[in-house]
Design a protein around this ligand. Structure first.
Ligand code: V47
Ligand code: SF4
Length: 384
């Protein structure tokens, strides 16, 4: 049985008497951008069925029934971190205390070698901000991975890690990014964005790079010809205006550079961190947020649900609310979510399982590379 989202025609019926919501539906139908005020209104008043129908309409227009995934693996060099984000369940101040870890160069290269002969196309490198793992160390790591497997796409380092390692090397962001690019770095993941607005940022992660700094690093990467992702950590102390402010800054940068590949809303998980007193968002709020971000972020083609964090069933549901990308058959340590209480304590899914999950809701799985070039369309019969 496949999930049938509301059609856009049915969505019009649900807002017959609300002029503002009708205007938004008309804009979506015609492919016209909505304003910040209209985005805010959707958060305030847009019911799940209504925003879902609009978001699904947009996703279908852009991607038909296709849902993308990537075959990738992760390297997490360390969870030792100089920063103290209150929402983080993962970082440790010292390696030898609690369960801190730091991998050597050889241990990281062993992870890469483990995938020799496997059809992975990307490695995603991300972790804590270790005071001793510097720009030179990471450039060497990138060079060694490239030398071992030149065809592997190197996606690495959040703007938080980059800001720290480049400042420590006493280089400008541009110079530092150039060195990393020369060493083999090809794109940036979207982490570290959290919520840009200082009223929220100062409460949840005051000591790391600020919103302008995060945007500057991504802009610099785009100007150097690299692509990147963007995230938003939602469902904690932020309000609807903060979410719109965050997405608005991303939408403006995307208008200038076109360098964002995808937008990834990240649901705040509350286990074992300094914000554990905050209740997690409901599934209705999750789905509304995915739908509204699909409607508002009209210049970012891909909306990704990160299934290890959301759980498989919720991720499958998001496919009817604007999502067209389920990240990958992630197959190594992604501890940042399992330590924060995500359902997926062991986030690995075979290609067949991922395809089954997509087919089950009447969509077509398509393997992509990091830059969303299509590699293989999986018809129902030949998943594997
Ligand atoms: O910036 C940390 C988030 C991010 C928690 O670009 C938490 O393809 C929820 O950005 N609850 C890092 N979220 C991971 C990240 C990412 C993940 C997957 C794919 C991509 C991509 C990027 O994880 C952090 C922060 O926003 N995070 N703690 C928590 N308790
Ligand atoms: Fe460090 Fe990242 Fe955790 Fe913040 S979210 S404490 S920067 S590992």
């Amino acid at each position: 049985m496949s999930l049938q989202p509301l059609s856009i025609a049915a969505a019009f019926d649900t807002v017959k008497t609300d002029k503002d919501l009708r205007t938004i539906a008309e804009k979506v139908e015609k492919g016209i951008r909505i304003t910040d005020e209209e985005g805010f209104l959707l958060f305030e008043k847009g019911e799940l069925g209504f925003v879902g129908a609009l978001a699904n309409h947009i996703a279908q227009r852009l991607h038909n029934n296709k849902v993308y995934f990537n075959r990738n693996f992760h390297i997490e060099p360390t969870n030792v971190c100089v920063f103290t984000c209150n929402f983080c369940s993962y970082s440790r101040q010292y390696k030898h205390k609690d369960d801190g870890w730091e991998l050597t160069m050889e241990q990281m290269l062993d992870i890469v070698r483990k995938y020799d002969g496997e059809p992975v196309t990307e490695v995603h490198i991300v972790g804590g901000v270790h005071p001793k793992m510097n720009l030179e160390f990471f450039c060497e790591l990138l060079r060694k991975i490239k030398a071992h497997r030149p065809g592997l796409h190197l996606k690495g380092f959040t703007a938080v890690e980059l800001d720290y390692m480049i400042r420590k090397a006493k280089l400008s962001i541009e110079e530092g990014m150039k060195q990393l690019k020369d060493a083999g770095l090809q794109s940036l993941p979207g982490g570290g964005a959290e919520i840009f607005h200082p009223d929220v940022r100062n409460k949840i992660c005051a000591d790391k790079v600020d919103g302008d700094g995060w945007l500057h690093i991504h802009k610099t990467a785009h100007n150097l010809g690299m692509h990147s992702n963007a995230t938003m950590l939602y469902g904690h102390v932020e309000n609807y205006a903060h979410r719109i402010d965050h997405m608005s800054r991303l939408r403006q940068l995307q208008d200038k550079t076109g360098g964002f590949n995808c937008f990834i809303p990240l649901k705040f998980r509350n286990k074992d961190n300094d914000m554990s007193y905050i209740k997690e968002a409901s599934i209705i709020e999750d789905l509304r947020l995915y739908a509204i971000s699909r409607i508002y972020m009209d210049n970012v083609r891909n909306l990704k649900a990160y299934w290890p964090m959301l759980g498989r069933q919720t991720a499958q549901l998001t496919l009817s609310f604007g999502v067209n990308d389920l990240d990958g058959t992630i197959d190594d340590t992604t501890k940042i979510y399992s330590m924060a209480g995500a359902e997926e304590q062991n986030p690995a899914m075979s290609t067949e399982q991922l395809c089954d999950m997509i087919h089950a809701v009447g969509r077509i799985p398509v393997e992509r590379d990091t830059l969303y070039n299509e590699l293989k369309v999986f018809s129902e019969e030949v998943a594997g």
